[in-house]
Design a protein around this ligand. Structure first.
Ligand code: UD1
Ligand code: MG
Length: 466
């Protein structure tokens, strides 16, 4: 029978070195909170139970995780006081009453770990009391050091407790362990606070083990823990490049690696082109095959379907862009925008809570809010839907094959039935029936010869003034 696996994720620390009101593990790395990276990894390891240890102020962490992983076997344990990583692990263990098997102990502030590495750790932990990850790094200051003794014995000495000789050791503790649950239960009870920080160190249990193994990481970056904003930025950049390299390996063209950002939640299919100048794909944006995204642009929580083309300087949020649609340059699509297949939104056009039917166009300088436009309609330059009267929002409906002349104002609520045609410069306040031509502007008068007479009068005035 395969042994059961659980995970305890330590996330109750105050993170004072971040100098922030936000709990440390909620700071984001490539758009995703640090702790969510770690929970996602624990779930990818098929843990039967995942316990996240939070402080009594940990409500925001609970909310983030239960929203993000609604169906996961996730539990929360509260560490009443931050008395150290050993105490936090004991709090997590209390939620695993009756559990038999092996337990990963992971830190909520180490987001770069890969599944393959944890699989290696799991293999190393077979027949051991505990196995842990180590890393050999150039500047080990601040980390716990792996002290390798005779007959393969190992211990961890925290930086603050280390002798000058021990501080020269460059193999550090990553803070990621896999232990037999019975060993964990027994050894945690024996911890004391006799150390430089007066804390219950989880790291002290290593020296208590009869059989312990430290597995060095092949890529030491994977073990980077985040304690400061500088480290956060550094790790963010490592993860950003990792995401981009993975996309390249999967057939995405990235023309400008330095200035491209793709969130850890985003999905980009093969044969997408992410152009130069700063493409930013935030949140759970989805880009389908064949789409071209030119920079600079920002796309947040949106979907872009096959062969759509987003031109530069566009801002897109909570929008859905259909196949072969074209957007920008300089377009702003606000929440609730849906563009159907082969529709077009051009320069200096803003859409909010608006649907543009397939083959419909709003090519220049327009604002459409709370509007539905059906298929094959044309919205002329300078068209504005007046959807807001200062108190209430109202809807505009534009049917199929409509033509809205340039510089028209549509005062909502208003409906244009199929084939309606609005003369340029109209202010429309009434519904327009099917195939009707609407004029809503003053009639033009041409007074023969008056322009010439006017110029003569103006020229006479100029002479007098001189
Ligand atoms: C810890 C290790 C150190 C290792 C380093 C790797 C100990 C004693 N030291 O040090 O050997 O090199 O990680 O990054 O374990 N936490 C709690 N409750 C607490 C204290 C911490 O939940 O009372 C959580 C934090 O939220 C964090 C994790 O435990 O996610 C690690 O704590 P942190 O204070 O960052 O430990 P380090 O000083 O980095
Ligand atoms: Mg740390």
């Amino acid at each position: 029978m395969p042994t059961s696996t659980a995970a305890i994720i330590l996330a109750a620390g105050v993170g004072s070195r971040m100098r922030s009101h936000l709990p440390k593990v909620l700071h984001r790395c490539c758009d995703v909170p640090l702790v969510s990276h770690v929970v996602r990894l624990a779930l990818a390891m098929r843990c039967d139970q995942v316990v996240v240890v939070v402080s009594p102020q940990g409500d925001a962490i609970r909310e983030e995780l239960t929203t993000r992983f609604p169906k996961a076997p996730l539990h929360f344990a509260v560490q009443a006081e931050q008395r150290g990583t050993g105490d936090a692990t004991a709090a997590g263990l209390a939620s695993l009453r009756g559990f038999k098997g092996q337990v990963f102990v992971l830190s909520g502030d180490v987001p770069l770990l890969c599944k393959e590495t944890l699989l290696t750790l799991k293999r190393a932990a077979r027949n051991q009391d505990i196995a842990l990850l180590s890393a050999v790094i150039n500047n080990p200051t601040g980390y716990g050091r792996i002290v390798r003794g005779p007959e393969k014995s190992i211990a961890i000495v925290e930086h603050k407790d280390a002798s000058p000789h021990e501080r020269e050791i460059s193999e550090i503790n990553v803070g990621v362990y896999m232990a037999d649950v019975d060993f964990l239960r027994k050894s945690l009870k024996r911890l004391t606070t006799h150390n430089a920080q007066g804390e219950l160190y989880l790291t002290d249990i290593i020296a208590m083990a009869k059989r312990a193994k430290a597995v060095p990481l092949s890529d030491p970056h994977e073990g980077r823990g985040i304690n400061t904003k500088r480290e956060l930025q550094h790790v963010d950049d490592i993860l950003r490049l990792r995401i981009l390299h993975e996309l390249q390996d999967n057939g995405v063209t990235i023309e400008d690696l330095t200035n491209t950002f793709v969130s850890a939640d985003a999905v980009v299919q093969s044969d997408v082109i992410l152009g130069r100048g700063g493409v930013r794909l935030h949140g759970n944006t989805r880009i389908a095959t064949g789409a071209i995204i030119e920079g600079p642009c920002v796309i947040t929580n949106s979907t872009v379907q096959n062969d759509a083309h987003i031109y530069g300087f566009s801002h897109i949020e909570n929008a859905h862009i259909g196949p072969k649609a074209s957007v920008g340059p300089f377009a702003r699509l606000r929440p609730g925008t849906t563009l159907h297949a082969s529709s077009k939104v051009g320069n200096f056009v803003e859409l909010k809570n608006t649907t543009l039917g397939s083959h419909s166009k709003a090519n220049h300088l327009a604002y459409l809010g709370d509007t539905t436009v059906q298929e094959h309609s044309n919205i002329g330059a300078g068209t504005i839907t007046c959807n807001y009267d200062g108190v209430n929002k109202s809807a505009t409906h534009i049917g199929n094959h409509c033509f809205v002349g340039s510089n028209s104002t549509l005062v909502a609520p208003v409906t244009l039935e199929d084939g309606a045609y609005i003369a340029a410069g109209s202010t429309i306040t009434k519904n327009i029936p099917k195939d009707a031509l609407a004029f809503a502007r003053t009639r033009q008068i041409n007074r023969e010869g008056d322009a010439k007479r006017l110029r003569e009068i103006q020229a006479g005035r100029k002479k007098k003034d001189a």
